[in-house]
Design a protein. Structure first.
Length: 163
């Protein structure tokens, strides 16, 4: 099951909530409406949103503090380029274990990815709440990750490995 969390990267960024947007906020010319925050990692934050037809999707963006914190000014362009490169790599992929990208856009000078929402339990939350995966479960997840990389080796940089 793909995760909507951006993963956790150890950085100088705080892990407290750094919501950029609030429930009901409209993005991209009223095309999307924010429902709630789904998760966040070291650099990114994800939201559940709805499109104009009421379909759920995920909006992923960089944390506001990544773009505004003076300590990161030297790296800001790199973070934005890496984020947009991830969006481009994912957008061209069609694979059952890769979420589909609907749109890539900028909102309030933040890069954004609108992507398929897959309802289910976040893998990291599951492990944290119910103990580690069994060997068989971990093997299934790792096998699916390997299939993604064999399908498109460029994606290895964004696959989140289970340790």
């Amino acid at each position: 099951m793909p995760s909507t969390d951006c993963g956790t990267i150890k950085t100088g960024l705080s892990q407290k909530s750094s919501m950029v947007w609030v429930k009901g906020q409209k993005l991209h010319g009223h095309r999307y409406v924010i429902e709630r925050q789904l998760g966040q990692g070291g650099f990114g934050i994800t939201y559940l949103a709805k499109d104009r037809k009421g379909n759920p999707l995920v909006i992923k963006t960089l944390k506001d503090e990544v773009m505004t914190n003076p300590d990161f000014i030297d790296f800001r362009d790199k973070y934005e380029r890496d984020f947009e490169r991830e969006a481009t790599r994912l957008a061209v992929c069609r694979h059952p274990h890769i979420v589909q990208i609907e749109n890539v856009f900028h909102e309030q000078s933040l890069p954004c990815i609108a992507m398929e929402y897959i309802q289910g339990e976040d893998l990291w939350r599951r492990v944290r709440n119910r103990n580690p995966l069994s060997e068989a479960e971990a093997l299934v997840v790792q096998t699916n990750q390997i299939k993604i990389i064999v399908y498109n080796p460029v994606l290895e940089t964004i696959v989140q490995w289970i340790n």
